[in-house]
Design a protein around this ligand. Sequence first.
Ligand code: FE2
Ligand code: FE2
Length: 189
Amino acid sequence: MTRASGPERIIRRLLRVNHSGEHGAVAIYSSQIAKAKTRYPEILPWLEETLSHELQHRAAFLEAMPSRSAKPCRAMYVWKYGGAILGRITSLFGKNGVMICTAAVERTVHRHLAEQLSFLQKHDPALAETVSRILIEEGQHLETAERQHNRNSVFAKLLSGAVSFSTEMLILVSTRGDSLRLSRALQST
Ligand SMILES: [Fe+2]
Ligand SMILES: [Fe+2]
């Protein structure tokens, strides 16, 4: 089997990282929804609508894979437990904890997607279009989550930092370290 070099290979890796990130968002929102049903029903409609977007994002990246010879990460199962643990722990801190977690996860996903845009516009305009469309929704999720919690408290900063770190670690583990190498590759292109 020949190993395609350059942009095609980077695009396959981007798709794997993006699909993994969306899979993580689905896992985290699903876990938060389970808790919100009994504890914070007022944010349930928003969480459910946001989960429906994340499911569409994950499906869009999965759909883009076959024509680019890409496959999902084999370690996606880490999200089953990692996402559930992250969602559960942050929901222990109430509605504020849920929104701090949501904002931190969305910020991480948004950053991963935004850093790919100029590369994709140059090498895969169709995928760039998909990423741009998803970025708009991720931006709305982030904006809503940020509006609904106090970002300036020490607690919010600590929890937000812990969630961002955990999300990056889960993406790193599920992609077997490729998310970090890919970030460096994009910065050098
Ligand atoms: Fe998403
Ligand atoms: Fe999102």
